[in-house]
Design a protein around this ligand. Structure first.
Ligand code: ZN
Length: 348
């Protein structure tokens, strides 16, 4: 069994032959089918001539073959694996979150609606076309696929999309607040700025538009009052962006309680961006000078205009109520009480 690609079909039509003999179980990609149809080539599947190379029967059969191909099965397993990981890390709640990946230029695998991402099995996955119409799989596709599609359409490099509701990045989402930059190199290199897409109803065209616009320059996007959506060059890569984004937000939230306002300098940011450019990753800040890269103070951005509760109050565990140490007299009284209880027990 093999996958016959568009390139294979283009090579074949140059021979001038009008019949293409596929082995039983071979998969023709939609691109290959289009090319063969365009040149009036009939497709024989294991000796049986297809009734019409352009007919729906052939399309459905080809979709079914593609959906059950070794490549699709491998990707389905990857999606299930990442689903389990996002659930284990508490990035999705109830049936929240969804994952998809490109299978061919116009076919995508995606998670079904209404299912916990922690308990997906390969047979639950769906295949959809480039307009979002489901073409294979018995479970109904996620209602948020159109948002994924907006990313694929805007970003040819996007191979997979992962959407979830992680709590720390979610805290920024409900405040419609972009995480401050220049605090951890991991985020700067592998993710970059995480912009906030304007809120609209999940799955709506407006949400798809808002996310699609930001996708070419941003691999991780906070969906205002909703969650996070990331794209990557593989299913795991898209998920990595989610992990890095949420870990960053979590660290920033924790750091707000501590004194100090350190940040990566403009010069060092330039170094990180040069590194990133070499890796072929997108970033909205390429071309900016060091001084432009550090124009805003990350802590000012977080706490200045948005009003953190106690941004720079020196933190001292000895003064925090919950950790308030007992006085000598209290300790002595406690020791005395325990000693009395033990002696009383021994005397019984
Ligand atoms: Zn969602």
């Amino acid at each position: 069994m093999k996958v016959i690609s568009q390139t294979d079909a283009e090579v074949f039509v140059k021979t001038g032959a009008k019949e293409f003999n596929a082995e039983k179980g071979d998969v023709l990609t939609p691109g290959a089918r289009d090319v063969l149809r365009e040149f009036g080539v009939r497709v024989n599947y294991g000796g049986a001539v297809s009734p019409s190379a352009g007919g729906n029967v052939v399309n459905a059969a080809a979709d079914s073959q593609l959906f059950n191909s070794p490549l699709a099965e491998k990707l389905k397993k990857e999606i299930c694996d990442i689903g389990r990981r996002i659930w284990m890390r508490e990035y999705c709640d109830g049936n929240g979150g969804n994952i998809s990946t490109r299978l061919t230029p116009n076919r995508f695998l995606c998670t079904p609606t209404g299912v916990s991402k922690g308990f997906l099995t390969p047979e639950m996955l769906c295949m959809v076309d480039e307009r979002g119409k489901q073409v294979a799989g018995t479970w109904k596709r996620t209602s948020e696929f159109m948002t994924h599609l907006a990313i694929y359409n805007a970003t040819p490099d996007a191979v997979s999309v992962c959407h979830a509701h992680p709590c720390h990045a979610g805290a920024f989402a409900i405040k419609q607040l972009q995480p401050p930059p220049r605090l951890i190199p991991e985020l700067e290199v592998f993710v970059g700025e995480v912009p906030v897409a304007q809120y609209d109803t999940p799955g709506s065209a407006a949400t798809a538009e808002a996310v699609g616009k930001l996708a070419p320059q941003h691999q991780s996007i906070i969906m205002g009052l909703h969650g996070v959506i990331c794209w990557g060059k593989s299913v795991e890569d898209a998920y990595f962006k989610m992990e890095i984004t949420d870990a960053y937000c979590r660290t920033v939230i924790l750091a707000q309680a501590l004194p100090g306002q350190a940040a990566i300098s403009g010069e060092k940011m330039s170094e990180l961006l040069a590194l990133k450019k070499g890796m072929g990753l997108p970033d909205s800040r390429y071309g900016l000078k060091p001084a432009e890269l550090c124009e805003t103070d990350p802590w000012e951005e977080m706490c200045g205009s948005h009003g953190c509760s106690s941004p720079v109050t020196p933190w001292n565990p000895m003064t925090v109520d919950a950790g308030k140490p007992a006085t000598d007299a209290e300790t002595e009284a406690l020791v005395q009480k325990l000693t009395d209880e033990i002696i009383a027990k021994l005397n019984k």
